[in-house]
Design a protein around this ligand. Structure first.
Ligand code: ASP
Length: 305
């Protein structure tokens, strides 16, 4: 009975000095609770797809993370969320971008994968599709969070978006990757994107191969960081390719992409990865990354370097 799962709640300038014990405990508990959701599914023989979806839903339902309930504000004071999911066994994938009222964007991405005949749906028309499939909606008030609102108020009149905001440079996207007892890999990622984003900006999270990827021959990956760089470096697929075509181990591929290629490029962030043997890597080139991992025997939650 062998399984592996890893989760993240975003990377960035997360240092001990910026934390209070209460805040640290809140993040640690939230990560631990979400991880437990996936662990239970995998321990009971459930699929990695089910595990990553339900784990990411738990993170989306927590206002601490920039996804679902805690999604950041756009320049016009709305929420535009992105998510994706991929099955490593079939290489099927589903993704959605620019949705405002869906409670769990990752759940919609799974329905898109399984029922739309397409991979990627956009905005209000994706919400029309969601209605047809009884995906849960929420009102704008559900997505309001005082902290997120203040973050947006501080930068809303500037040309910049939050990732250039030195005071609180962190990316709160969430994700999960898993290997189930049947040897199948899956990955899921969900985000509100960047505070104060505009013009329909889309990051790496819903882009298959950039912020999310799974392939039973290699690995499952979910990224968090400065999305523009992760798109240009095709990060998730690059790691899979380095394993498939160059024979690198998961660890070698992750190190090369996150701590060499992305650093030279200026791309800050990290990712979570699991390979078909159940090895887990959680590399990041930022100060910290909210993260957790578990297999059939052990589990751990970490925040700092
Ligand atoms: N990668 C996400 C984006 O660029 C942000 C994040 O990781 O928090 O939209």
């Amino acid at each position: 009975m062998k399984f592996s799962i890893a989760i993240h709640g975003g990377a960035g300038t997360i240092t001990r000095s910026m934390m209070t014990p209460e805040k640290e405990a809140a993040y640690t508990n939230a990560l631990s609770d979400a991880l437990a959701v996936g662990e239970e599914i995998l321990r009971n023989g459930g699929s990695s797809l089910e595990a990553v979806e339900k784990t990411v839903m738990a993170l989306e339902n927590n206002h601490l993370f920039n996804a679902g309930k805690g999604a950041v504000y756009t320049n016009s004071g709305t929420h535009e969320m992105d998510a994706s999911i991929m099955c490593g066994k079939t290489l099927e994938a589903g993704a959605v971008s620019g949705i405002s009222n869906i409670k769990n964007p990752v759940a919609l991405s799974r329905v898109i994968m399984e029922k739309s005949g397409h991979v990627f749906l956009l905005g209000s028309q994706a919400e029309e599709f969601a209605k047809l499939h009884n995906v849960a909606f929420e009102s704008p008030e559900y997505f309001h969070d005082d902290f997120r609102y203040r973050q947006w108020q501080e930068v809303k009149d500037e040309e910049t978006y939050q990732l250039d905001h030195a005071k609180d440079k962190k990316f709160g996207t969430v994700g999960a990757v898993a290997l189930d007892q049947h040897g199948n890999l899956a990955a899921a990622t969900s985000t509100g994107g960047m505070t104060n984003k505009r013009w329909g900006r889309v990051g790496d999270s819903p882009i298959i191969g950039a912020g999310n990827y799974a392939n039973n021959n290699t690995c499952a990956i979910s990224c968090t960081g400065h999305g523009e760089y992760f798109i240009r470096a095709v990060v998730a697929y690059d790691i899979s390719c380095l394993m498939e075509y160059k024979g690198l181990s998961l660890n070698e591929a992750c190190e090369l992409v996150v701590n060499d290629k992305l650093v030279k490029f200026g791309g800050e962030g990290g990712l979570i990865a699991v390979d078909k043997e159940g090895n887990i890597c959680l590399p990041f080139n930022s100060e910290g990354m909210y993260r957790g991992k578990a297999n059939q025997d052990t589990r751990s939650i970490e925040i700092y370097k």
